[in-house]
Design a protein around this ligand. Structure first.
Ligand SMILES: C=CC1=C(C)c2cc3[nH]c(cc4nc(cc5[nH]c(cc1n2)c(C)c5CCC(=O)O)C(CCC(=O)O)=C4C)c(C)c3C=C
Ligand SMILES: [Fe+2]
Length: 512
């Protein structure tokens, strides 16, 4: 059998050569790459070498989480891998002694209207969505129950209007199937699993299947192009807790691809879709390209250091750069949609921007959902119905929307390449002693990524419920709701008991 090092060598070298220029630009520091080995100052976290190239986070002078030796050990461990033989490829998903798995992480969505409230409960029970002060964490579940019941009617209306449920599961399953086919045609026989954060198939179910299948090397691939603490971060935190509790999983080697918005294949696929949709406009040079990303509360970025906004802006620049190469130089803008609750979210907001563009005389607009790779309620209802209606009311005459990538072949093939390129970084959490495990975490592991992105787990104002002192929007909202509930309760008591203020003042009963 051929040694896999021969197979991976070009990736290995290319990988670092591709990453380092970004990293050097963003850091102004000199790093040398030689044959896939990286030399960095001893106080630099090698993970950031990987991260900085991928995510433009800049360099970290923080405590090293992985030693330089450990990085080289991981690079060298590629030598232990072997390429699949024709026979391997034909019947079993083995590479040498290893069974490769890819775990796709996504949000999940309710499949029927009955699922909506429990789905919302799961979402709001997640401390990465509503992060309460530690002292009040015991309130997480009661609060999730309250908010999910309060929001369910509005959400149900949305899901009813798109056919009674989210298409997310169907689309993610189709992407998993296509990714598997693509990996097998690229001679990497791997099983692909889907793990959703808030609905079926839950991440826990996917992990059980991964164990049953005896997977020994796992690539974790969140299906969000850009990283956010509230999406990929939340799924990784869940994985971390599952891994820690399970001896099999602790020994299973894994790596995470934290974000992939900067990959050439993804950028090309997005640019292809935009170019195609622009052709539907009569005077396509006049069309405003309107990137609409899912928002996050501002505090995630400003207090917890969520790289989401920076990655989103870089992503838009890359897509526009690709379009420019094709002589498409339309005006463009980026705004954030889908805010929930009274706190401030990333600005500019999509709805306000649409109105503003209408006022500025923009007449043709092409909406590009940039944070999603599947159709779901945020594209099919919020963009296609609500924002379109708003745009037409605001003076926009011609509206178009780029479809989500779905199973677009260039995109799927690029995801397969991302998986293949990440295989040399698969490493183990395989030290049973917890202390040692913490100091020997592998490159790109779940633990390291969480430490790099959200190490302090700062308390954040919950996006949905906040109590603030003073004459604030949230105080008005919640005081108003409390007052309405109190009035309703008093009326109910009056009517059922025949006693109360209204009876005392002779207002009730109305007809004596
Ligand atoms: C990049 C994608 C997403 C980010 C960031 C994100 C943050 C985030 N979302 C909520 C609250 C809700 N999200 C809901 C649905 C939903 N969210 C995403 C993606 C991101 N969310 C998707 C793909 C979906 C749709 C799933 C589907 O059913 O198809 C919902 C439920 C729908 C609704 O009631 O509007 C809520 C609520 C918060 C609070 C948040 C950041 C903290
Ligand atoms: Fe969301």
């Amino acid at each position: 059998m051929l040694r896999l090092i021969e197979f991976f060598k070009p990736f290995n070298i290319l990988y670092f050569h591709r990453l380092l220029p970004h990293a050097i630009c963003s850091s102004q520091k000199m790093y040398r790459s030689s044959g896939g080995h990286v030399e960095a100052p001893s106080n630099t976290n090698p993970l950031k070498i990987y991260m900085a190239g991928r995510c433009s986070l800049g360099w970290s002078e923080a405590q090293p989480l992985v030693s330089k030796q450990s990085l080289n050990r991981h690079l060298l461990s590629v030598e232990a891998l072997v390429t699949p033989t024709a026979q391997d490829v034909s019947d079993t998903p083995f590479i040498g002694d290893d069974k490769i798995g890819v775990l796709l992480l996504n949000l999940g969505g309710p499949e029927t209207l009955e699922d909506v409230q429990p789905f919302l409960f799961n979402l709001f029970a997640d401390p990465d969505i509503i992060r309460l002060p530690r002292l009040f964490s015991f309130l997480q579940k009661p609060l999730a129950q309250f908010v999910s019941v309060a929001r369910a009617p509005k959400s149900k209306e949305g899901y009813a209007s798109i056919g009674g449920g989210s298409p997310l599961r169907r689309m993610t399953d189709a992407q998993a199937e296509e990714l598997k086919k693509s990996l097998w045609t690229k001679n990497v026989p791997a099983n692909v699993y889907v793990g959703m954060r808030y609905w079926h198939p839950f991440t826990e179910e996917a992990i059980e299947q991964i164990k049953r299948d005896g997977i020994t090397k796992l690539v974790v691939l969140p299906l969000y192009p850009q990283f956010s603490i509230s999406t990929s971060g939340s799924s990784l935190r869940l994985l971390e807790s599952i891994f820690r509790e399970d001896e099999y999983l602790v020994n299973m080697q894994h790596t995470v691809i934290p974000s992939w918005y900067q990959r050439e294949g993804y950028i090309t696929a997005m640019a292809n879709l935009i170019e195609k949709e622009l052709k539907d406009f009569d005077s396509h040079k006049e069309v405003m390209i309107f990137f609409s990303a899912h928002g996050v509360p501002l505090a995630y970025v400003e207090k917890a250091g969520d790289p989401y906004k920076a990655e989103m802006e870089e992503c838009v620049d890359l897509v526009m750069g690709e379009l420019e190469k094709r002589n498409i130089t339309n005006a463009y803008t980026l705004a954030y949609q889908s805010r929930v609750g009274p706190v401030e979210w990333l600005r500019p907001y999509t709805d306000e921007t649409i109105v503003e563009l209408g006022k500025r005389g923009v007449r043709s607009l092409l909406a590009v959902p940039i944070s999603f790779v599947s159709e779901h309620i945020e594209t099919l209802e919020e963009i296609d119905v609500e924002y379109k209606e708003l745009a037409l009311k605001s003076g926009i005459q011609k509206w178009g929307r780029v479809p989500a990538l779905g199973c677009e072949p260039t995109f799927i093939s690029d995801l397969a390449d991302a998986v293949i390129e990440s295989l040399p970084y698969v490493g183990a959490m395989a030290v049973s002693n917890l202390e040692a495990r913490q100091s020997l975490v592998p490159l790109g592991s779940v633990e390291e990524l969480l430490a790099a992105y959200d190490s302090q787990r700062k308390e954040l104002p919950p996006p949905v419920l906040v109590w603030e002192w003073g004459w604030t929007k949230s105080a008005e909202t919640w005081n108003g709701r409390a007052a309405m509930l109190a009035v309703l309760l008093l009326l109910f008591l009056e009517v059922t008991t025949g006693q109360g203020f209204l009876h005392q003042w002779g207002i009730l009963p109305l007809f004596r």
